[in-house]
Design a protein around this ligand. Structure first.
Ligand code: C5P
Length: 301
C-alpha cells in the first residue's frame, strides 16, 4: 500500500444564495450557485498514526485534533472499509480560516478523496458525495468544484455551464461571525417584516456565468444572508465602500461571512482592490483569486 496520498482542495464563493424556510431539522432550504476559486489547501493522508497537523496560513486557527472535519472524514472512510487502520491528516492551508470560504469543508472533501485512494477503498463518486453531505452542507460542492447549482442544504448539486475566468478578491475580517447566528438573524428580521422572503430566481446569474460576462454577473449576484450579516457586523460595510471606491464591479458577503467577496473586471483590478483594502487597514488580509477551479484534485497521482 502507498504510505501517503496528497490532494488539493479549493475554496468556494456563492454567486447567488437564496435562503428559504428553516426546516424541521434546523437547516434552511437553499438555492445557491457555488463557484470554486483558486485559493486552496493541500491535504495529505498517511497510514499509521491518528493525528492532525496543520501548516501554512494561520495554522493556530485550525483545530489540530480528532474533531477536525478532515479527521472525521478520514475516519468515515476507514469505517466504510471495515479496516483497522489509523490515518494521519496533514493540512497545508492556503484558504484563510475566516468563515464564508468553506476551508474546513474543502479539507474534509480532500480527506475523503485521499483516504479513499490511500486505502484503495474504491468508493464511487455517489458514495463519496453522500458521505460528504453528512459531514457538512458545503462538503459535496468542495469535492466536485467548478460552478454548480446547489439545493436542499446546498448538498444537492447540478453542474452549471461556465465560460471564461472571473477575478475575485476575498477580504478577511479580523473578527469572526457564527454561521448559525447569521441564519437566525435572517429568520428574526424576516419574522419582524424587516427583510423580504427568499430570492429564488438565479437565471440572470446562470446566463452571466455561461457567457463569461463579469459585468452581467456583477449585476445579478445576490446573497440573502448579507443584510443579516451586516446587521450583526455593521463594520463590514466599510470594506464594501472601500472596495467600490477602488474599482470592484460588485461587493458581496461570501457565504455566511464574515469574509467579503469582491468581483473585479481583471486580475490587475483585483490586485488594486486588495492593495487598497489592506493599505486602509480595513481587513486582516485580502487575497486575489480566480474561478472557476476544479474541486479536489490529486497531487501525486
Ligand atoms: O452544514 P454546516 O455544518 O456547514 O452548517 C453550519 C450551520 O449553518 C448549521 O448548523 C445551521 O445553523 C446553518 N445552516 C443552515 N442552513 C443551511 C446550511 C447551514 O441553517 N442550509
Amino acid at each position: 500500500m502507498t504510505s501517503a496520498v496528497s490532494v488539493r482542495a479549493h475554496a468556494k464563493v456563492n454567486l447567488f444564495l437564496g435562503v428559504g424556510e428553516r426546516r424541521a431539522d434546523g437547516f434552511h432550504e437553499l438555492s445557491t450557485i457555488f463557484q470554486a476559486v483558486s485559493l486552496h489547501d493541500d491535504v495529505t493522508v498517511t497510514a499509521g498514526r491518528e493525528e492532525v497537523t496543520v501548516a501554512g496560513l494561520d495554522p493556530e486557527r485550525v483545530p489540530a485534533d480528532p474533531t477536525n472535519l478532515a479527521a472525521r472524514a478520514a475516519r468515515a472512510v476507514v469505517e466504510r472499509t471495515g479496516r483497522e487502520v489509523d490515518l494521519g491528516v496533514h493540512i497545508d492551508k492556503g484558504i484563510p480560516t475566516a468563515g464564508g470560504m468553506a476551508g474546513g469543508s474543502a479539507d474534509a472533501a480532500g480527506a475523503l478523496v485521499a483516504a479513499d485512494r490511500l486505502l484503495g477503498a474504491g468508493l464511487g463518486e455517489a458514495e463519496l458525495l453522500e458521505m460528504a453531505a453528512q459531514l457538512g452542507s458545503d462538503v459535496p460542492f468542495t469535492l466536485r468544484g467548478g460552478t454548480a447549482l446547489g439545493t436542499g442544504r446546498g448538498e444537492k448539486l447540478v453542474p452549471v455551464l461556465a465560460r471564461g475566468t472571473f477575478h475575485w478578491v476575498f477580504a478577511i475580517s479580523a473578527q469572526g461571525l457564527s454561521t448559525p447566528e447569521v441564519f437566525a438573524k435572517l429568520d428574526e428580521l424576516r419574522d419582524a417584516g424587516k427583510l423580504p422572503g427568499p430570492r429564488t430566481d438565479a437565471t440572470a446569474v446562470l446566463s452571466a456565468v455561461a457567457a463569461g460576462d463579469a459585468r452581467a454577473l456583477a449585476e445579478a449576484m445576490h446573497n440573502d444572508l448579507e443584510a443579516a450579516a451586516f446587521s450583526l457586523r455593521p463594520d463590514l460595510r466599510r470594506m464594501r465602500e472601500a472596495a467600490r471606491g477602488a474599482g470592484a464591479l460588485r461587493t458581496m458577503l461570501s457565504g455566511s461571512g464574515p469574509t467579503m467577496a469582491f468581483l473585479c473586471a481583471s486580475g490587475t483590478d483585483a490586485e488594486a482592490v486588495a492593495d487598497e483594502l489592506t493599505g486602509a487597514n480595513l481587513c486582516r488580509a485580502a487575497f486575489v483569486a480566480e474561478g472557476p477551479q476544479p474541486g479536489v484534485v490529486g497531487l501525486d497521482w
